[in-house]
Write a protein that binds this ligand. Structure first.
Ligand SMILES: *[C@@H]1O[C@H](CO)[C@@H](O)[C@H](O)[C@H]1NC(C)=O
Ligand SMILES: *[C@@H]1O[C@H](CO)[C@@H](O)[C@H](O)[C@H]1NC(C)=O
Ligand SMILES: *[C@@H]1O[C@H](CO)[C@@H](O)[C@H](O)[C@H]1NC(C)=O
Ligand SMILES: *[C@@H]1O[C@H](CO)[C@@H](O)[C@H](O)[C@H]1NC(C)=O
Ligand SMILES: *[C@@H]1O[C@H](CO)[C@@H](O)[C@H](O)[C@H]1NC(C)=O
Ligand SMILES: *[C@@H]1O[C@H](CO)[C@@H](O)[C@H](O)[C@H]1NC(C)=O
Ligand SMILES: *[C@@H]1O[C@H](CO)[C@@H](O)[C@H](O)[C@H]1NC(C)=O
Ligand SMILES: *[C@@H]1O[C@H](CO)[C@@H](O)[C@H](O)[C@H]1NC(C)=O
Ligand SMILES: *[C@@H]1O[C@H](CO)[C@@H](O)[C@H](O)[C@H]1NC(C)=O
Ligand SMILES: *[C@@H]1O[C@H](CO)[C@@H](O)[C@H](O)[C@H]1NC(C)=O
Ligand SMILES: *[C@@H]1O[C@H](CO)[C@@H](O)[C@H](O)[C@H]1NC(C)=O
Ligand SMILES: *[C@@H]1O[C@H](CO)[C@@H](O)[C@H](O)[C@H]1NC(C)=O
Length: 817
C-alpha cells in the first residue's frame, strides 16, 4: 500500500498547487439544470436563422424578433405562439452586387439587427440588406405587422456586416447609433439621425478601430440642481492610442454625449461638442489579470438615476482567454471622471512623433465637453451652438480623460473560468428581509445561463441552466422584470424561461441554501414557493439570501429503506448530494464512514459496500452537507437498513438464465466517469482530477472486488437454477430502492440485468473498467448531475472572490502509511 500512498501524496501536493490558482477563479454554480428541467419554451422555424435581435414590448405583450430576412411578433407570455411575421429580403440585384464586391454569399442577405419602438403602433427596423444597410418603419396592429416599404439607405445607423458589433438607441424620436459608416468597416461613427443630425469626428483620437457593445441613456436632467442634461453612454473596445506599446493594445471605453448637443457653429459643425471618453477598468489588483475587452454591458436603472449602475462582462486580450469577469460601475464614479477628470490629448513632439499627454494647463470655462447646464446658461451659452471656438477646439483635441473609471470595490464582482460570457442582464428584487438584491443573468457562448447573486460584494452562482439542446452562443438576452421572464436569442432559435423555478428546490434546506431571492420555503405548504405572490402570513416563510442560513428549516426524517444482502456480496446504496456545492457524508449506525477504507467505495451517486459481513448490518444514513455562512447544513437524503441473509438465495433475472446465458459478455459497465459529464461545464475542469483519483481508488477497491467477484462466480456456478422465491425478492428489493451490487439484478433495470453474472469474468479486470455496476436507475434529484465524481467540492463564495476548495478524497493522515 505504500506505493499507492506515495502516489497519493504527490497527488495532494499537485492538487494544492492547482487549488491556489483555482481559488480566485472558479465560482461553481450551485445547481446544474439540464435542458429538460429548465421550463424552457422555444421558438424556431426550419430554414430560418440568426435570431440575433430581440425587443420586449411589455405594453403590448409582444416580443419582436429580428432574424435573417424576417421579423416576428411573438406572444410575450409564450413565445412559441407566433402572432405575426414579415419577410424582408435584400433584392436579387443587391445580393449579386454584394457578392460581386467580394462578400460571402451567406452574408449578402438581410440580417435584421435593429428593432426600436417608436410608439405602440410603430417600430423602427434596420437590416444589413446585403451590405447596403436600410431602415424602415413597421406598423403594428393587434393581428398583423407590416413594413411601410419606405426603406432608405441608412449607412451609419446599421452595420454593413452582420457579424460586426454595434449599439443603438432610439429616444425622443432621435436615433443614436454606434457602428461603421462604410462598406469596408474602416470608418467608425457615433451618429444621431432622424432629428438633429450629429456625428463623431473621423479621427483616430476619437475612435480607433472600435467594437461597440452597448448604448443607453441616463436621465441626468432629472431633479438635477445643476440643470445638467441627459447623457447617452456608449461602451466599446478600441485599440489604445494613448500608450506606446509594441503590440496592438486593446482598451475598454466608456464614452458619452449630451442629449441636447447641437454641434458647434464654426468648429465641430454637425459634430458632437460633448464627446468625451474614458478607460473602463476591470482587473484583479493582486494578480496580473487585465480584463481589457468589454463584451457586453447592462444598465441597471433605478428611480433615482444617481443609483443606477453599469454591469459589464470582460475578457482578456492575452493570457487566459477562458476567464470572464463581471465588473460593476457606479454612476457616481462615471460622473466624477467626466466632470472632474484631467484631459488627455495628442501632442506633436520632435516634428512628427505624436505623444499623448495629460493637459496640465488651465482648462477653459465652461468645462469642455460638459453639457449646457445652469452655469453655462448663466454666462450666456444657451446651446452648444453658442460655445466659443476656444472650448470647441479644446474638446476636439482632448476627447480622452486621463482618469479611468474604476469598478465598484476595485475588482470584479465575479470571475469565472471555463465559461465565456457573452450577454448580461440584471434584475432587482426585494427579499423577505426587505433588502434588495441584484440578480445577474449571464449567457455563455456554449448555451448556458448563469444566475448569480451579488450582495455586499459577495458573488454566488445559484444555477447554471442549459438553454438549448445543443451548444450555441447566447447572442441576445432580454429581461421582462414585470413578467419575470427572460428571452434568449441564438443563431437557431429564441427561448423563453422564467427568472426562477422555486419548485425545483425540493427540501427546505435546498430552498434556503439556494439563496434565491425569488423563492422561500413555506412551512405550511411544505413547498418552495415564489415570494412575489405571497399574500398570506410572511412569517410562515423561510428565506436567507444574505447568509444562506438554513438553521430555521425543520428537521426531516427519511423513509428507511430495507436492504437485504447475502453475506459475501457487495451492495450499492444510492444517494446523490443536493447540489454541486454539497458533499456527502455516510453514517453507519450514527458514526461517519471513512472513505479510505477499501471496504467502501464512496462516490457522488452513492456507496458500494464490498464483501458484506454480519458486522456490516445496521443503519446507513446518507447526508448531503453544504456549507454556508461558515456553518454546515446536513440534510439526510437517504436511509437504509442493511441486513444480511444467511440462506443462499441467488437472485437473477429470468431472461438471463433461460434465454441468453452469454448474450453480453462485453459488459455494459458504466465507466464511473460518465461521458455525460463531459457536457457539463461545471464539472469539466475537475474531471481530470477526478479521473486520477478514481483510478487510484480503484487500485485499492479493485482487490477487494476481485475477491468478492470470484466468490460470486463460484456462487453463480452452483446456482444456475433460480428458486421461485428469488424473483419475489428481486422485485421486492427493487421496490425497496436498494440496489445491490454485482450479484443481484433487479427487474426494473435493463442494464443491470445483463451485467449480473458476466461481471464475474474477473480475467478482464483492469483499472480502466470499474467492476461495479451502477444501475441506470430512476433519475436522481432533478438538478444534480454528477453521476460519479469521487471528490466533493465544498465551495464558499466569500466576499470579493469565490473560493472553491477541492476536498480531496484522501485525508492527509494517509500520507505516512
Ligand atoms: C406612432 O409613430 C408613427 C411614426 O412616427 C406615427 O406615424 C404615428 O402617428 C404614431 N402613432 C401614435 C398613436 O402616436
Ligand atoms: C391590421 O392590418 C392588416 C393589414 O394592413 C389589416 O388587414 C387588418 O384589418 C388590420 N387589423 C386591425 C385590427 O386593424
Ligand atoms: C472561450 O473562448 C476561448 C477563446 O476564444 C476558447 O479558447 C475557449 O474554447 C472558449 N471556451 C468555451 C467553453 O467555449
Ligand atoms: C439665452 O437665453 C436667454 C433667456 O432665454 C436670453 O435672454 C439670451 O439672449 C440667450 N442668449 C443667447 C446667446 O442666445
Ligand atoms: C447565422 O446563423 C448561422 C447558424 O445558423 C451561424 O453559423 C452564423 O454565424 C450566423 N451569422 C451571424 C451573423 O450571426
Ligand atoms: C401571481 O398572482 C397573479 C394574480 O393572482 C397571477 O396572475 C400570477 O400568475 C401569479 N404568479 C405566480 C408566479 O404565481
Ligand atoms: C448497528 O445497529 C444494528 C441495529 O441496532 C445492530 O444490530 C448492529 O449490531 C450494529 N452494528 C454495529 C457494527 O454497531
Ligand atoms: C425476456 O424473455 C421473454 C421471453 O422469455 C421475452 O419475451 C422478453 O422480451 C425478454 N425481455 C427482455 C427485456 O429481453
Ligand atoms: C470477506 O470478509 C470475510 C470476513 O471478514 C473474510 O474472511 C473474507 O476474506 C473477505 N473476502 C474478501 C474477498 O475480502
Ligand atoms: C470471460 O471468461 C471466459 C472464460 O472464462 C472467456 O472466454 C471470455 O472471453 C471472457 N470474457 C471477456 C469479456 O474477456
Ligand atoms: C482494460 O479494459 C479496456 C476496456 O475493456 C480495454 O480497452 C483495455 O485494453 C484494457 N487494458 C488492459 C491493460 O487490459
Ligand atoms: C448517469 O450516467 C448515465 C450514463 O452513464 C446517464 O444515462 C444518466 O443520465 C446519468 N445520470 C445523471 C443524473 O447524469
Amino acid at each position: 500500500m505504500s506505493g499507492t500512498s506515495a502516489v497519493l501524496c504527490l497527488y495532494l501536493v499537485y492538487g494544492l498547487m492547482q487549488q491556489m490558482e483555482a481559488s480566485i477563479l472558479s465560482c461553481i454554480p450551485r445547481k446544474t439544470v439540464t435542458y429538460q428541467n429548465g421550463n424552457i419554451k422555444t421558438f424556431m422555424k426550419p430554414g430560418l436563422s440568426n435570431f440575433s435581435t430581440l425587443l420586449v414590448s411589455e405594453e403590448t405583450d409582444i416580443l419582436f424578433v429580428g432574424a435573417r430576412d424576417a421579423i416576428f411578433a411573438l406572444d410575450l407570455n409564450d413565445i412559441s405562439r407566433k402572432i405575426a411575421s414579415e419577410d424582408w429580403f435584400a433584392t436579387r440585384d443587391r445580393q449579386l452586387e454584394c457578392i460581386r464586391r467580394g462578400k460571402d454569399k451567406v452574408d449578402c442577405r438581410n440580417y435584421i439587427l435593429l428593432l426600436h419602438k417608436i410608439n405602440d403602433t410603430s417600430l423602427y427596423v434596420c437590416g444589413t440588406n446585403a451590405f447596403y444597410p436600410a431602415c424602415d418603419y413597421m406598423v403594428i396592429n393587434s393581428t398583423d405587422i407590416h413594413l411601410q416599404g419606405k426603406a432608405e439607405e441608412s449607412r451609419g445607423r446599421c452595420p454593413f456586416e452582420p457579424t460586426l458589433k454595434y449599439a443603438s438607441l432610439l429616444v425622443d424620436s432621435a436615433f443614436y447609433s454606434a457602428t461603421s459608416n462604410n462598406f469596408l468597416g474602416t470608418e467608425p461613427i457615433i451618429l444621431r439621425s432622424l432629428r438633429n443630425h450629429l456625428r463623431t469626428e473621423f479621427k483616430a483620437s476619437w475612435l480607433n478601430e472600435p467594437s461597440f457593445v452597448y448604448m443607453d441613456i441616463v436621465p441626468e436632467s432629472g431633479s438635477n440642481p445643476d440643470g445638467d442634461d441627459d447623457k447617452i453612454y456608449v461602451f466599446f473596445t478600441e485599440t489604445a492610442v494613448e500608450f506606446e506599446f509594441y503590440d496592438k493594445l486593446l482598451v475598454s471605453r466608456i464614452a458619452r454625449v449630451c442629449k441636447g448637443d447641437l454641434g458647434g457653429k464654426r468648429i465641430l459643425q454637425k459634430r458632437w461638442t460633448s464627446f468625451l471618453k474614458s478607460r473602463l477598468i476591470c482587473s484583479v489588483p493582486e494578480s496580473n489579470f487585465q480584463f481589457n475587452i468589454v463584451q457586453d454591458v447592462f444598465l441597471l436603472k433605478r428611480a433615482d438615476w444617481r443609483e443606477s449602475m453599469f454591469y459589464g462582462i470582460f475578457t482578456q486580450q492575452w493570457g487566459r482567454l477562458d476567464i470572464s469577469a463581471v465588473c460593476a460601475f457606479s454612476m457616481k464614479t462615471v460622473q466624477e471622471v467626466f466632470a472632474k477628470g484631467n484631459y488627455k490629448g495628442p501632442v506633436t513632439v520632435e516634428h512628427s512623433h505624436v505623444k499623448w499627454m495629460v493637459f496640465r494647463g488651465e482648462v477653459p470655462l465652461p468645462r469642455p465637453g460638459a453639457c449646457i447646464d445652469n452655469f453655462a446658461r448663466s454666462i450666456g451659452y444657451n446651446t452648444s451652438l453658442d460655445l466659443p471656438d476656444k472650448i470647441l477646439q479644446f474638446v476636439r483635441d482632448h476627447p480622452l480623460m486621463d482618469n479611468a473609471v474604476n469598478p465598484i470595490g476595485d475588482r470584479p464582482v465575479l470571475l469565472k473560468r471555463g465559461s465565456n460570457y457573452t450577454r448580461i442582464v440584471v434584475d432587482r428584487i426585494t427579499g423577505l428581509d426587505k433588502k434588495t438584491y441584484n440578480v445577474l443573468f449571464i449567457g455563455t457562448d456554449n448555451g448556458y445561463l448563469h444566475k448569480a447573486l451579488n450582495c455586499d460584494g459577495e458573488m454566488f452562482i445559484m444555477e447554471e441552466i442549459q438553454l438549448f439542446q445543443s451548444p450555441e452562443p447566447v447572442q441576445s438576452l432580454k429581461l421582462s422584470s414585470k413578467k419575470g421572464l427572460l428571452y434568449v436569442g441564438s443563431p437557431s432559435q429564441v427561448v423563453q424561461l422564467p427568472v426562477s423555478v422555486c419548485s425545483r428546490y425540493k427540501h427546505c434546506l435546498d430552498c434556503v441554501l439556494a439563496r434565491d431571492p425569488y423563492c422561500a420555503w413555506s412551512e405550511s405548504f411544505e413547498k418552495c414557493v415564489p415570494v412575489a405572490n405571497q399574500t398570506g402570513d410572511l412569517r410562515d416563510l423561510i428565506q436567507s439570501v444574505k447568509n444562506g442560513d438554513a438553521s430555521k428549516c425543520p428537521k426531516i426524517g427519511n423513509n428507511v429503506k430495507n436492504c437485504p444482502v447475502i453475506i459475501g456480496n457487495s451492495v450499492h446504496l444510492k444517494c446523490a448530494p443536493m447540489s454541486n456545492l454539497a458533499r456527502m457524508v455516510w453514517k453507519f449506525n450514527g458514526s461517519s464512514l471513512q472513505a479510505e477504507e477499501s471496504k467502501y467505495l464512496l462516490y457522488d451517486g452513492g456507496i458500494v459496500i464490498f464483501n458484506v459481513t454480519v458486522a456490516d448490518a445496521g443503519f446507513y444514513d446518507c447526508h448531503s452537507v453544504e456549507r454556508a455562512n461558515g456553518k454546515e447544513f446536513p440534510v439526510s437524503v437517504a436511509s437504509y437498513v442493511l441486513y444480511t441473509q444467511q440462506d443462499s438465495i441467488f437472485i437473477i433475472t429470468k431472461n438471463y438464465t433461460t434465454n441468453q446465458p452469454n448474450a453480453d459478455t462485453t459488459l455494459k459497465v458504466k465507466s464511473l466517469v460518465s461521458s455525460s459529464l463531459l457536457n457539463d461545464p461545471a464539472k469539466q475542469k475537475s474531471l481530470e482530477d477526478q479521473k486520477e483519483k478514481l483510478i487510484l481508488k480503484f487500485l485499492g477497491a479493485g482487490f477487494a472486488l476481485l475477491f468478492s467477484s470470484l466468490l460470486v462466480w463460484n456462487f453463480y456456478k452452483g446456482h444456475l437454477s433460480v428458486p421461485w422465491k428469488s424473483r419475489e425478492k428481486s422485485s421486492k428489493t427493487a421496490n425497496a430502492d436498494c440496489l445491490p451490487g454485482p450479484t443481484l439484478a433487479t427487474e426494473g433495470s435493463g442494464a443491470m440485468r445483463k451485467s449480473s453474472a458476466t461481471r464475474t469474468n474477473t480475467s478482464t479486470v483492469n483499472e480502466s473498467v470499474p467492476l461495479v455496476s451502477f444501475p441506470s436507475e430512476e433519475e436522481r434529484s432533478a438538478n444534480v448531475q454528477h453521476n460519479t465524481s469521487l471528490t466533493k467540492r465544498s465551495g464558499t463564495c466569500s466576499s470579493q472572490s469565490c473560493l472553491v476548495e477541492d476536498e480531496t478524497m484522501f485525508p492527509i493522515a494517509e500520507c505516512g502509511m
